[in-house]
Structures are given as C-alpha cells and as structure tokens.
Design a protein around this ligand. Structure first.
Ligand SMILES: *Cc1c(COP(=O)(O)O)cnc(C)c1O
Length: 365
C-alpha cells in the first residue's frame, strides 16, 4: 500500500504494520449480523472484573474532571508491597505494552539490536522497529525460547533482550534455573526484559517470580499486567519492576498521566481481591483441562500451554477455519502473523463458552 508521506518518516516506521488485535464482538456483529457471539481471541478474563473493582470505579466517577495522580503514588506503593520492592522500582504503564514501548525508546535506536525468540510476543518487534533498531530473532525450540540460541546472538550492539514467560501466542514457559542462568550470562549493559503477563496462571513449582531477582540484576526489567488474570484489559494498566535507576530512565519518557484515575483505583482494588484472582486462576485451570481434552478428542495436537489460552495445530490453514468459526459466532485468533499459519489460538473462557467453541470447531473441521 502506498503512502504519500512514507519518505518523511523516522527510521523503521516504513517497515511497520499495525498490531492486529482480536476482533471485537461489536465488529463481528456489525459485519456478519450475528448476535450472541463469544470472544475467545484476546486472552481476557472471562469473569470480567472483580466486584471490588466495579465499586472502586464507581467511587471514582465524580473525580474524572481532574487529572489523575501522575505519579500513581498509591498504586505504586501497593505494587511495591506486593513484590517486596521499593516504590522507586515501579514504573506504571498504560497496559504493560506501554512499559515495553518505553524500554524500546530508552534503550534502542538505529544500529542497536533488539533480540527475541521466534514466536515471541508481537509487541517486541513492533516497539523495536518503531525506534529503528535491528531485529535479531533466535530460532525457537518446541515453539518455546531456546536460551542457548538467544545467548549466542547477544553481541556488542545488543540493547535489549525480550523474554515472555509464559510466552504468547505459544503458552510455553521457562523454568527458574534455566532462565536465571541465562540472565547471569548476559553482559550487565544489556537490558533483559522478562514479560510475566501470564504469571498468575502458572502453578509449576519451578516457575520463577523474577521480580525477586531485581536485587541481583540491575539490568533486569520485569513486566506485569492487570489485563489478564486481574480482568482489567479495557482499562490499560500494567507495570515494570526494575532497579530505581532504570525506572528513572523509563519515567523520563513516560507520558505524564499515562494511567488514568479509574484504572489506578481499579488496579488497587484488584490487588486486594485475592479471592477473585484465585477463582479466576481455578476457572482457567478447569477450562484448560476442558479444552485440551476436547481438542484431543478431535484428534488435534496443540502446544502445551501454561497460560489462559491454547494454540491448536489444525494441520491445515487456520484462516478459513477461523472464518467458519466467526460465522458460527465464535471469535478466536489465527496466528499466521507469527509464522504459524496452521495454528489457531483460543482463549480459555467460561465452561459453556469452551463447550461452544469445541462444538463449533468439530462442526467446522
Ligand atoms: C497480553 C500480553 C501483555 C499485556 O498487554 P497489556 O498492554 O498489559 O494489556 C504483555 N505481554 C504479553 C506476552 C501478552 O500476551
């Protein structure tokens, strides 16, 4: 597609294509005239927000004429307490994507290299290309991160290494020992980002909470989000945890009021509602079993996942299957843009939503 301004853009912009989000239900209903569809396309919490969050937001309504607390004092304090770090270690983001973007802006530029794995989360190349950095992609192993292959690509020009643990769209994860050995092996001037957007769903005993490593690695940034298990995807709130000097740099490029007052209040309430979080994780555990058993019954292999989604190998192009599912009112996510043309990613929903997906899939294939 031609664009009359393309020659006037900053390095990297011409090569970008916009992030493709899961289709909103309103769009599907507009396009196909279907009512009562279900969305299992963006790894959202099917329960929605906790009741405490709803109340906290209502309590904030009267304040929306005022700017939010730009320093997010209360929220940063609560996040810091949760991870047992100083508030100065916390950088709030308009979603954790915002924090990823700040990292790219501070530590990458033309000539610098941005390193991530094949099949890693799409925002890493997007944010890196937007600042003109060179992309280095390490081949995956079993659809997951190959840390040796990644380490081999770290060089003098490497600015940032990005690791999603668990990763989206594959649901793969790295155990603590292997990941820690990798972080130790990376030169101290290279920023290592560990994106833990799906942390809450993982219950494997050897899974690392890398927020506890900050004291050992001043070059580490750990990102977390309220968009997934906490059920606040629409509010756009996430955060980075790092050495205060690193947080200071991120805060220099942060938009002054990047997390609005509703989102701050909601995130605070979400942190308090541990029962809701536990219920969400349990629902996901049961839904994962329902989906993996159902898909196995259909004879389809899948990538073993510890997240709130399952990426299924259809053994043929997923695009047409996705289209057929849409016509049945089921929105999922083909992941051809990740180089996985035969895979379909489905988010874990309510039990009846999972059942409806499985029935629709059986009908379509
Ligand atoms: C969903 C997701 C995020 C979170 O994005 P937000 O901007 O916080 O909504 C971050 N990383 C990965 C790998 C994700 O899948």
């Amino acid at each position: 597609m031609s664009n009359r301004f393309i020659d006037q853009t900053a390095p990297g912009i011409a090569g970008l294509t916009p992030y493709v989000p899961g289709k909103p239900l309103s769009e599907l209903e507009r396009e196909l005239g279907i009512k009562g569809s279900i969305k299992l396309a963006s790894n959202e919490n099917p329960l929605g927000p906790s009741p405490l969050v709803r109340q906290a937001m209502l309590d904030q309504v009267g304040q929306v004429g005022r700017y939010p607390d730009g320093g997010a004092f209360e929220l940063r304090r609560a996040i810091a307490a949760r991870h047992d770090v100083e508030p100065a270690c916390v950088t709030v983001g308009n979603g954790s994507n915002d924090v990823l973007d700040m990292i790219a802006r501070v530590f990458l530029w033309p000539g610098r290299e941005s390193l991530f794995s094949q099949y890693a989360f799409a925002v890493y190349p997007l944010s890196s290309m937007a600042v003109g950095a060179t992309l280095k992609v390490a081949p995956a192993v079993d659809h997951g991160h190959d840390l040796d292959a990644m380490r081999a690509l770290v060089g003098d020009d490497t600015g940032v290494v990005w690791i999603a643990n668990p990763n989206n769209p594959t649901g793969t994860r790295l155990a603590g020992d292997a990941l820690r050995a990798f972080v130790e092996s990376v030169p101290a001037q290279v920023i290592v980002v560990i994106d833990e957007a799906y942390f809450e769903y993982v219950d494997e005993a050897d899974h690392p909470d890398t927020s506890q490593w900050l004291g050992d690695f001043p070059n580490l940034v750990v990102t977390r989000t309220f968009s997934k298990a906490f059920g606040l995807a629409a509010l756009r709130v996430g955060y980075g945890l790092s050495h205060p000097d690193l947080a200071d740099l991120l805060n220099r490029v942060r938009q002054p009021f990047n997390v609005d007052s509703m989102a701050q209040a909601a995130a605070l309430a979400a942190l308090e509602d541990r029962d809701f979080l536990a219920r969400s994780v349990e629902l996901n555990r049961l839904g994962m079993r329902q989906l993996t058993e159902g898909v196995t019954r259909l004879g389809l292999p899948f990538i073993p996942s510890v997240g709130n989604f399952l990426t299924i190998d259809l053994g043929r192009e997923a695009g047409p299957v996705d289209q057929a599912l849409l016509r049945l009112g089921v929105v999922t996510r083909p992941v051809a843009n990740y180089g996985l043309p035969n895979h379909l990613r489905v988010s874990i929903g309510l039990p009846e939503e999972n059942a409806r997906f499985l029935a629709a899939l059986e009908q379509v294939i």
